[in-house]
Write a protein that binds this ligand. Structure first.
Ligand code: PLP
Length: 400
């Protein structure tokens, strides 16, 4: 029979994908399921970006490109980091991959030896720990609940660091919590890292353009240049430019790390998609005004969802600074009985109940390493959100 390699033996298919698959099956059976699970914007890729891709095809840019990014895209990335983040990276300090997910993969594959530890605050994007484990590392998960505004505290970091710590991975704004670190929030953590020179910092700024209420996004290398020689600053076009399917992610970091990552990439994909790279050049160099408009649209939806959630008995939702997710506590419904007499013992019982009885698909906190919570992705229409929240409210009031 089939025997998987030990490196994936403990890893299952992502719970987020499981929820999606169940919801899709129920929809096929004709049930009116509203899916609030997807981690992608509901906007279209901007027209100028699509045009750039078509032009690239017509110009014959359909062959292998330079291993870790075309010169044009690397230049656009260098300029982006300077313009938006105030960081000076050289051309050979940036890399492009098939999504930020592959950036993470290349980086961990290139740096982790068996048993090396990666500190990951929870709740976290599930892929982080799975990629670490596939690459032979050990994820050290540190709970950061709503009381801490879902942010890692300096003392927690200090305590978690051992001689085996290779990386600490921070994500701001966060999937799934939507919480973000300001420069002030980052400061004490960066001070800890200054004292521990063997620990490298990976930061995932994927959602930096989706922030609200004039929140000032910050990124560690800009705040603390002394960490530049051991930080990988990860970003991508998927979320800001609604380009999830184009699969382009990028990062800036020390030259030696960037080179080591290219070794992995050279035997995995040879290069990112040529046409998508041309599109990403236009995304980064082209007009940026639409970002604010989209932000405003997300903000209205965030406000709607947070207000409605907090109006429901048993739920409690912190207002997120960014991304397009809410991460709401459902501690108040634990121990209750559903109308069919089933007991809600954990967040996944609650999300199962919402899917089966209210036909609303959301993801349990357990999928992100922190319970009892659940994540809503509000990157869907206001009408659908309102209907979904009505159903959630109704379902909660039916609990005894
Ligand atoms: N980082 C975070 C926090 C994400 O939520 C995602 C996608 O869901 C990614 C990175 C990966 O983005 P991509 O591989 O599409 O560039």
């Amino acid at each position: 029979g089939f025997k998987p390699a030990s490196r994936i033996a403990s890893i299952g298919v992502s719970k987020i994908l499981q929820v999606g698959a169940r919801a899709a099956a129920m929809k096929r059976d004709g049930l009116p399921v509203i899916v609030l699970g997807a981690g992608e914007p509901d906007f279209d890729t901007p027209e100028n970006v699509k045009e750039a891709a078509k032009a690239a095809i017509d110009a014959g840019e359909t062959k292998y490109t330079a291993l870790d990014g075309t010169p044009a895209l690397k230049k656009a990335i260098v300029e982006k980091f300077r313009r938006e983040n105030g960081i000076d990276y050289d051309i050979d300090e940036v890399t492009v991959a098939t999504g930020a997910k592959q950036i993470l993969f290349n980086a961990f594959m290139a740096t982790l030896d068996p048993g090396d530890e990666v500190i990951i605050p929870t709740p976290y994007w599930t892929s982080y720990s799975d990629i670490v484990e596939i690459c032979g590392g050990v994820s050290v998960l540190i709970p950061c609940d709503a009381k801490a505004n879902f942010r890692l505290q300096a003392e927690q970091l200090e305590t978690a660091i051992t001689s085996k710590t290779r990386w600490i991975l921070l994500n701001s704004p966060s999937n799934p919590s939507g919480a973000a670190y300001s420069a002030e929030d980052y400061r004490p953590l960066l001070d800890v890292l200054i004292r521990h020179p063997h620990v490298w910092l990976m930061v995932d700024d994927m959602y930096e353009h989706i922030v609200y209420d004039d929140f000032a996004v910050a990124t560690p290398v800009a705040i603390e240049p002394r960490l530049k020689n051991r930080t990988l600053t990860i970003n991508g076009v998927s979320k800001a430019y609604a380009m999830t399917g184009w699969r382009i992610g990028y990062a800036g970091g020390p030259k030696a790390l960037i080179k080591a990552m290219a070794v992995i990439q050279s035997q995995a994909t040879s290069c990112p998609c040529s046409v998508s790279q041309a599109a990403a050049v236009e995304a980064l160099n082209g007009p940026q005004k639409f970002l604010k408009e989209r932000q405003e649209s997300f903000r209205r939806r965030r406000d709607l969802v947070v207000e409605r959630l907090n109006d429901i008995d048993g739920l409690d939702c912190r207002t997120p600074e960014g991304a397009f997710y809410t991460f709401s506590s459902c501690a108040g419904v634990l121990g209750k009985l559903t109308p069919k007499g089933r007991k809600i013992e954990a967040d996944h019982d609650f999300t199962d109940y919402l899917l089966e009885e209210a036909h609303v698909a959301v993801v349990p906190g357990s999928a992100f390493g922190l319970s009892p919570y659940f994540r809503i992705s509000y990157a869907t229409s206001q009408a659908e959100l309102m209907e979904a929240l009505n159903r959630i409210k109704h379902a909660c009031s039916a609990l005894r």
